[in-house]
Design a protein around this ligand. Sequence first.
Ligand SMILES: O=C[C@H](O)[C@H](O)[C@H](O)COP(=O)(O)O
Length: 262
Amino acid sequence: MSGQLSPIDTAKFVAAKRACDFVEDGMRLGLGTGSTAAWLVRCLGEMVREDGLRITGVPTSVRTAELARQVGITVTSLDEAKWLDLTIDGADEVDPELNLIKGGGGALLQEKIVATASDRMLVIADVSKQVQALGAFPLPIEVVPFGWRTTKALIEETLTSLDVLGDQASLRLNGDQAYVTDEGNYILDLHLGRIGNPRQLALVVNQIPGVVENGLFIDICDVVITGHGSGKVEVRDINTGTTEEDRIEFVDNSNLFSDLND
Ligand SMILES: O=C[C@H](O)[C@H](O)[C@H](O)COP(=O)(O)O
């Protein structure tokens, strides 16, 4: 890859680049999944290769593990690392309280386990991910394949009784087959439109037998870095209540994007 990035990739890149300021030598780091998290992994790989940064990464998916190894990051399992200093990940939606919808890429289960096992979670996102209320993005629910149709019916029934289901749940597909997560499960996407009470919904859904985990991340995220196509970034910290603005230049560096050059 060379030359200019598209505005959306610039927004993802500048958010990822700014997130690298939070990474310190020796950290055990949760590495998220998705196109935004991939920019982070590339930027961290460059810091490892060029600046001698020593970090140990715990990836949240097979594809993040592959990319991390490819760019030179030492990778370990969560069981080996036990506890992490920081997790940096993308999101599908971020609300004003820094609650999230995640799992658009199917990695929500490992992502939630890893983020919860971290001192802090930092989310990187382009500005399109900011919403006033969660739910326009379909909410992913990871379910075990056994009896998934019954689980789906139970979810729909439960949500209808709560008056929150906008439409039916749909099984996520990969071609004409069910999409299978890294943990061997299926994903049901709930088309809700707007989630009035995400905290309640997250608790209720997880009570249904067959549900493994849902894509609502409530009170898990500490900091959100929002990137814009112009290079502007906003850093919002829920603990300090502060928002800072910054600007990052995109520097064309073919080493940085070596995995995209194939
Ligand atoms: O399962 C995937 C993850 O939750 C991603 O972090 C999320 O879908 C955002 O992905 P992207 O950065 O590609 O928009």
